[in-house]
Design a protein around this ligand. Sequence first.
Ligand SMILES: Cc1cc2nc3c(=O)[nH]c(=O)nc-3n(C[C@H](O)[C@H](O)[C@H](O)COP(=O)(O)OP(=O)(O)OC[C@H]3O[C@@H](n4cnc5c(N)ncnc54)[C@H](O)[C@@H]3O)c2cc1C
Length: 360
Amino acid sequence: MIISQQYTLFDKITVKAQATMPFEHRKEVDLSPYNTLGLPSVCQYLGRFQSANDLQHAFEFAQKERVPCFVMGGGSNILLPEYLPGVVLISSDASIHVNGDEVTVGAGASWDNLVAETLKMGLFGLENLSSIPGTVGAAPIQNIGAYGVELDRFVVSVEVLDAQSGLAETLMADECQFQYRDSLFKRHPERFVVTRLTLKLNPRFEPVLAYQDLQTLPAQSTASAQGLRRAIQSIRAHKLPDHRIVGNVGSFFKNPILAKTVIETLEQSHVIHRNARNAQGKVSAAALIQAAALGDLHVGQAGISPKHHLVLENRGGATLTDILTLASLIQETIQTRFGIRLEIEPQQLTPLIHAPNPKG
Ligand SMILES: Cc1cc2nc3c(=O)[nH]c(=O)nc-3n(C[C@H](O)[C@H](O)[C@H](O)COP(=O)(O)OP(=O)(O)OC[C@H]3O[C@@H](n4cnc5c(N)ncnc54)[C@H](O)[C@@H]3O)c2cc1C
């Protein structure tokens, strides 16, 4: 039997499930504890996978039941409907393998746990990405980023099952088309299931402190990676609502990247301050929402977080419709006031298009 641990770089292997292996699943599962926005949602089937081979079992099951398959991780960047007819798949592979300064991690590992573990091992770089909720498998999907650092600078390769072809593949970093909150995987959610991620980290601590909030940290906070991690944890706890207390998915909109002339106009008309954009023209969407005085806007129990205007929150009992209606009111206002289209960051789950069962 082929197992994912045996793949080597550049391998492309067609994974065929053993006919005798059942796909273990639960039926009619309440997903409200599985999404940080706390939306009420039930899925028809929920199953776990360790390897590409397990995924093929799941696809065969779905084919027999004539239902679609979806993949999710920790549910911290998704918008779930009330009912998901089909099979929801979550990785349970939380393995971490270290080879020199490279770590290969299973898709089901907790991202923040990985940050903590790598720092303990004396491998640095991920400290700025501390406290991002969710799993390792989802990290490359939107190329997670925070405090001036994005995941792609560490990625060696991403192991996936291409559901469409049935091939287990290892994509090198330059094949993943990483961009700001974007990747090949995000553009083709119907195809790729991430099974493992390999990162190359730094055996030396070289702090990245270019981000504005980090520039004013006292020297003792930036002298060690653990100190920087603690400082970032504390800034985040202060700035962002805790999703365990008030349901949210972090930033609800991407920060728009605007032309220099548009930014100049926004600055001259005092819509945004100079520090609300970076050198690449990325403008704070929170600053635009604040400038439009939308802070008190709400739809039912869906509102804008008073802690951070980029965060939409579920104040208890909000539905997906409430959240999406609030989001489109914000988008329309920002479009009308400033001529800027805000793009929603969290995803609704897309069915995987999986290869037909080789046995028909
Ligand atoms: C309080 C808070 C703060 C946040 N801060 C940040 C931040 O600073 N920076 C940032 O970038 N993000 C941030 N996020 C968003 C979120 O934590 C990240 O996007 C995270 O990577 C999502 O991981 P997840 O496991 O929860 O994915 P999910 O929400 O479960 O899924 C997200 C998407 O990835 C897909 N997916 C999940 N697992 C796989 C897989 N194995 N293979 C293929 N597709 C998969 C899903 O289908 C879905 O489209 C924040 C969220 C919250 C709630």
